[in-house]
Design a binder for this molecule. Structure first.
Ligand code: SAJ
Length: 410
């Protein structure tokens, strides 16, 4: 039996996938409300295909509980935030989960950490916990690190099709865990050692962060000289070995805006490009705020409450607001003792911020200038409704459609 610990964005779909592919799975989460919701037949976030997968897993007998189980294998998918001051990974949730697991784990159980950790975490934080409990790794407990790679917005597809990495001390254990993932994963599953698995995961997200920072820096350079950055990127990307990403209002989510800091925190004198890239990305919400003020001045718009931010989530077509550039921008505006910006996001039903709207037409009626922060499909479908507004399109959604409109970009 597999006991999946932590039923969030990664743990839940992984548990459901394994259960619906014939493995006996119990999902454990210490959050009673979350477990009650799952038991009542409701999923806890929106993701294409998640509800169908949930129903299939329930039919196959998945169980949700707040209790840790006696199981042959544990998969730990709990949060690993980072400490904003030290820039280092906060391992407290993983350590706590491992402590709880080893209280009930039978001799020879495998403990798979799926949460993203910084390189060396298993050696520095997890092995000592096992030792302190009087247990031996490789005898009483087998340690494995199996980081995920799925992208919010396309999770179910990517769970099935992405290649994966499994890091284990013993090849045989690595192969056993690989067989569980292979029950649903059609990608290639590489078995390596734990330190390499830890490093690859963080490096993958860092690679993307650095490349997004490059696009963001280009946007600033092009703005300085009045050049269209999108035209530059489009043409450069026609070169066979160039693939520049898209600039944006900032980098959100719980991965690309977080994981690269682990490398900066652990290797402060070595991770220079990474450090500068992260600072560039983190500076983008302020850059957008300055653009808003610049455009207001040009358009002789004096009332900030006539400006609206479209989009609260960290990217398009998800309901996830973690580290969202819009929330960062609003916080920055508050620090400057100015507020009043209106906000709307079709993916968010709850009231999250002040001056938030829940319908697009009401939102548009009350503003003169709209700042597109997220490229949700809704805004693409309705972009003709923006025709008479001053538009700051930070995501290049409107593009050539807006010729002759009051359209600005980053
Ligand atoms: N973004 C840009 N410009 C771009 C691409 C993205 O500004 O050209 C922004 C997005 O708007 C968003 C942020 O970056 O705010 C991150 O979005 P994303 O779609 O690039 O990635 P995530 O954070 O949703 O998921 C990433 C993925 N990692 C990589 O692509 C290397 C995913 O595969 C990982 O599983 C996930 O992190 C994770 O959990 O680590």
């Amino acid at each position: 039996m597999i006991n999946v610990i932590g039923l969030g964005y990664i743990g839940l779909p992984t548990a459901l996938m394994m259960a619906s592919h014939g493995l006996k799975v119990v999902g454990t989460d210490y959050n009673h409300e979350l477990v009650d919701m799952l038991r009542a037949g409701h999923t806890t976030f929106k993701e294409e295909g998640l509800d169908a997968l949930f129903n299939s897993a329930v039919k196959s007998g998945i169980v949700f509980t707040t209790e840790y189980q006696t199981a042959e294998t544990y998969i730990i998918s709990v949060p690993t935030p980072y400490d904003k001051f030290s820039k280092r990974v906060d391992t407290s949730y993983v350590v706590e989960a491992v402590k709880n697991v080893i209280k009930v784990a039978p001799k020879g159980a495998s403990v798979v950490v799926e949460s993203t950790v910084s390189p060396g975490t298993m050696d520095k934080f997890i092995r000592p916990v096992i030792k302190e409990a009087g247990l031996e790794t490789g005898e009483d407990i087998y340690l494995v690190h199996a980081p995920e790679r799925i992208i919010p917005g396309n999770m179910i597809y990517e769970l099935i099709h992405n290649n994966r990495t499994i890091g284990a001390d013993e090849k045989e254990i690595g192969k056993k865990i690989k067989s569980y993932y292979a029950s649903f994963c059609r990608g290639e599953i590489v078995v390596t050692d734990i330190r390499s698995a830890e490093m690859t995961k963080v490096v993958e997200n860092t690679y993307r962060a650095v490349n997004i920072a490059f696009a963001n820096e280009l946007a600033k350079i092009c703005r300085h000289d009045g050049i269209d950055v999108y035209e530059i990127i489009r043409i450069c990307n026609m070169h066979p070995r160039v693939n520049i990403l898209q600039p944006g209002p900032g980098v959100g989510g719980h991965c690309i805006s977080v994981d690269p800091w682990f490398l900066v925190g652990d290797y402060p004198s070595l991770a220079n490009v990474i450090n500068e890239s992260m600072k560039t990305n983190d500076g983008m919400p302020d850059f957008v705020l300055n653009r808003i003020y610049e455009i207001m001045k040009e358009e002789k718009l004096t009332d900030i409450s006539r400006v609206g931010l479209y989009g609260l989530t960290y990217k398009e077509n998800v309901d996830d607001m973690r580290e969202s550039p819009t929330l960062q921008l609003l916080a920055s505006q508050k620090r400057h003792l100015a507020d009043g910006l209106k906000v709307y996001d079709p993916m968010i039903e709850a009231d999250i911020v002040e001056n938030q709207y829940h319908d697009l037409s009401g939102f548009l009626n009350d503003i003169d200038m709209v700042v597109i922060m997220v490229a949700h499909d809704e805004i693409k479908k309705n972009c003709m409704d923006l025709k008479d507004k001053i538009i700051l399109d930070t995501r290049n959604v409107i593009g050539s459609l807006g010729r002759g409109w009051k359209l600005r970009t980053l």
